[in-house]
Design a protein around this ligand. Structure first.
Ligand code: FAD
Length: 457
């Protein structure tokens, strides 16, 4: 790459190019996971889709690695690279709501916090992540599991259209009418097919929900898991519940003498009529004596931000995941062996329900293949001090090895680590060959390879 090429890129852009010569470079190269310490040659912060087209052309024509960053939450750090180009969409975060047609158009760099803040005033929402700082882009492209999955499906099930800049620098619409193969692939196939500069989501009436966390003594973890596995198979689809192993943070609703104790929790979200909330969550409160709870009516965006402080940027992170059709007795035993060894306050284990509306979509209707499974488990190792990396990574790996025999081969790609690339094919199951064919069509040179990669060959 010569200076003149970089100069030409700068002249094409409305947005900014940041290099090591700029003061903000060190800040701009960082992603959420502090374990990832990469030095891109340049970071492009586009102002619009035209800038994205220019940056894609630049990376391709100069044979540079290309990383695409939405919210920057990828645990393996796919939103950055060494010596290549990063397209960082963090300046493209606008959200426009059409309350009449119940649609929202969001730019590719928006977070769920941006999105929910824009839709809540209209009493509308779509399925997003549990944490508000996660990007809508990476989360939706990989599937999208959250509080509303059982009632509205995955985030990608609510994606009705997208604007995509493909590897040849072209701008394409993707919807049921336009480039339907691309539209199919980006609903679960991750960032393999191009840079999505804008997402259009279907919205549903969700404003205030009834829910929050309830914590029990760790000794009651077996009761909690056994209750959950039965309850969730028949619970109303407008109710989400998931169990969590969690060290009690210093929050006002937790008795001060319990701060720092390892507890087991059930987090719920009832998205139906508010008046029915207390009776809907009553069985959850009855599982065992309650140690602490923060349960009640609240705006949906309040629940979506409730746990943000537990996962600030700058933590070390290493995660593993898999799907499970059932939470069998041996699986519960494995959770009871490793959950109580949770080594850090920021770490957690969640067993999300992915039944309900998510299961009502056919396995080949979108790239997200696992439509006949019930649980998506994530072992989220999150801790502050790099000196503790070996201990925390071992805990995640040992835990994963213990539950793997009782789970599917596959896991949710967005919860995977960098060392899970070999599992990509399993994760797409029967949809893999179709994804490879679409990859060959839109990205034959595998320009978009910094992801859970679907190789075109
Ligand atoms: P980024 O790091 O920016 O990108 C991740 C991947 O998506 C990369 O491969 C990137 O190239 C690609 N990508 C990003 N933007 C674009 C774009 N505009 N066009 C094309 N490709 C793009 N997942 C859930 O389903 N539910 C949850 O509740 C949930 N909670 C999470 C909480 C935390 C604290 C974290 C760290 C992760 C969580 N995840 C959750 C996982 C999350 O879905 C993935 O980490 C996801 O990749 C994050 O998207 P992002 O845009 O923030 O990440």
């Amino acid at each position: 790459m010569v200076d003149s090429a970089l100069q030409q890129l700068r002249e094409r852009l409305r947005g900014r190019v940041i290099t090591a010569a700029d003061d903000e470079y060190d800040q701009a190269r960082r992603v959420n996971n502090a374990m990832i310490d990469r030095h891109p040659r340049l970071i492009v912060r586009p102002a619009n889709s035209g800038d994205v087209m220019a940056a894609v052309d630049f990376a391709r024509d100069n044979s540079l690695d290309l990383a695409v960053r939405g919210g920057g939450h990828s645990v393996p750090g796919f939103g950055t690279c060494d010596d290549g180009v990063v397209i960082d969409l963090s300046r493209m975060r606008g959200v426009r709501v059409d309350p009449v047609r119940r649609l929202a158009r969001a730019d590719g760099g928006a977070t769920w916090g941006d999105f929910n803040a824009a839709t809540y005033p209209f009493g509308l929402a779509t399925t997003g992540g549990i944490i508000s700082t996660t990007g809508i882009a990476g989360l939706t492209l990989g599937g999208g599991i959250g509080y509303l999955t059982r009632s509205l499906g995955l985030s990608c099930d609510n994606l009705v259209a997208a604007d995509v800049v493909t590897a040849d620098g072209q701008f394409l619409l993707a919807s049921a009418q336009d480039n339907a193969d691309l539209y199919w692939a980006i609903r679960g196939g991750g960032g393999n097919f191009g840079v999505v500069t804008s997402f259009e989501f279907r919205l549903s009436p969700v404003a205030d929900i009834y829910g929050g966390p309830v914590f029990f003594e760790l000794e009651r973890a077996r009761d909690v898991l056994e209750f959950y596995r039965d309850f969730i198979t028949s619970a109303d689809h407008q109710l989400a519940v998931f169990p969590a192993f969690q060290i009690a943070p210093p929050l006002p609703f937790i008795p001060p003498d319990r701060h720092g104790d390892l507890l087991v929790g059930l987090v719920s979200c009832w998205a139906g009529p508010l008046s029915e909330g207390p009776s809907m969550v009553a069985p959850i409160r009855d599982v065992a004596p309650v140690v602490a709870e923060f349960l009640g009516p609240m705006p949906y965006p309040a629940l979506n931000t409730a746990f943000d402080a537990l996962v600030p940027p700058g933590m070390q992170q290493y995660w593993k995941a898999n799907f499970a059709r059932e939470l069998t007795d041996p699986a519960v035993d494995a959770h009871l062996e490793f959950g109580p060894r949770l080594p850090a306050l920021n770490s957690t284990v969640h067993i999300y329900p992915v039944n309900g509306a998510c299961n009502e979509v056919a396995g080949d209707a979108t790239a997200f293949a696992y439509r006949d499974t019930t649980f998506a488990t994530v072992i989220a190792g999150i801790w502050p001090d790099p000196a503790d990396n070996a201990q925390n990574i071992s805990w995640v790996r040992d835990y994963y090895s213990a539950i793997a025999p009782h789970s599917e081969e596959a896991g949710y790609i967005n919860f995977m680590s960098g060392d899970d690339q070999a599992r990509t094919e399993d994760n797409y199951s029967a949809n893999y060959e179709r994804l490879v064919a679409i990859k060959k069509k839109y990205d034959p040179g595998n320009l978009f390879h910094l992801n859970q990669n679907i190789r075109p060959e």
